[in-house]
Design a protein around this ligand. Sequence first.
Ligand code: HEM
Length: 403
Amino acid sequence: MSENTDIEATETYRRQFELSELTDYANPQPRYREMVPEQVVLPMEGFAMPASREAVNTVLRHHEVFTSDFGFDLGNIRPMIPLSVDPPRHSRYRKLLDPLFAPRQMDKVEGDIAERANHFIDTFIDRGECNFTDEYAELFPSAIFLGLMGLPWAELDTFLRLRDGILRPQTVDPDALLDPEARMRVTRATGAELYEYFGDILDQRRAHPTDDILTHFITAEVDGEKLSTEEILDICFLFLIAGLDTVSDSLTCMYAFLATHPDHRRQIVENPAIITTAVEEMLRWETPVTGVIRMAKEDFEVCGVTIAAGTMVSPSLGAANVDPAQFDNPFEVRFDREDNAHIAFGGGVHRCLGSHLARRELRVTLREWHRRIPDYALKPGHEDLVYPPGLRSVKDLTLVWPG
Ligand code: HEM
């Protein structure tokens, strides 16, 4: 293949994957096993999926070639900060934001995270069952953001509505499921509402500063410069996209795993100290954000495959997380795994800003839940788990426990 826009495959590329094969969301690990040796999977023209750890690392580390600034449109009127911004501007934002999400800051909010976890558990524990997806996983991360942003519980519905308008526009207008224009109408309207909503709160924080992250966004400085209001709004927009569903979906994947693997669940109940490594292992195994997206700005060789300029490139974090070159027995789920250098939070300059917050939410949930509900299973009649398209998640995960 000689055209500039084509992908040139060398002998390392052995098997053509059909796109349909790449969308089995329920059971992706066997597919990952086949993808890894291909290094870079090429499901269709103009699209490449680096799959081995080395190929994924190569793409994520060459941000000067594989850009994140390609006009990702979710109703935002400006690029989302810092996800859709490349270095050097990107580094300025991370310098300012990283300290606000450092482990030390998370220590300060751990008590609040535990309280909010128990608030939701209280609502269903006596019933002996719950729709874990709807009654815990979907609500908990938004409730955590309320705390971080100094907003009252009463704002939870607004938060959820803004999230749904952007990420699930069909819940606002059913036509949005199949009609891209209807979808755009909803996301644009929600985006505008979101800018206005946070704009008003920022005005309040300027008048009455507190100790929440919004006040910190207003006052923090890097190299003597503060963030503009527009920049803060572009960060808030991204938080709703990056910081809510990712945690919800991880929770549903983890609880589906634990409900169907009683031996693993028992390890957590008998030895809560194992929760830290158990969370890392389930992040590796489930990899809820299965891949990220970049665009190649120029031709570039990745593990023997030339990826041409203009190609959309989606490094498969899920496949890289079961690469035997990186992990011993990658297809075994071991809660005591040492050296678990997974990339469920991505890699390179855009590695997840909220990884410490996410970890804290996941660990606290597992700790509080298993303390109060040690013994649970899938509700009979609800054993067929549905993993919808998108991030890896379980719809209507229904759990029961002895009353
Ligand atoms: C288990 C939960 C989470 C997972 C699996 C996850 C995963 C990821 C991944 C894979 C990326 C890299 C995206 C890319 O390279 O294009 C990312 C970026 C990001 N995440 Fe998370 N995330 C989680 C939770 C959170 C939370 C709670 C926040 C809240 C602050 C957050 C904020 C962000 C931001 C702001 C970025 C963009 C970073 C940048 O571009 O520099 N994430 N996340």
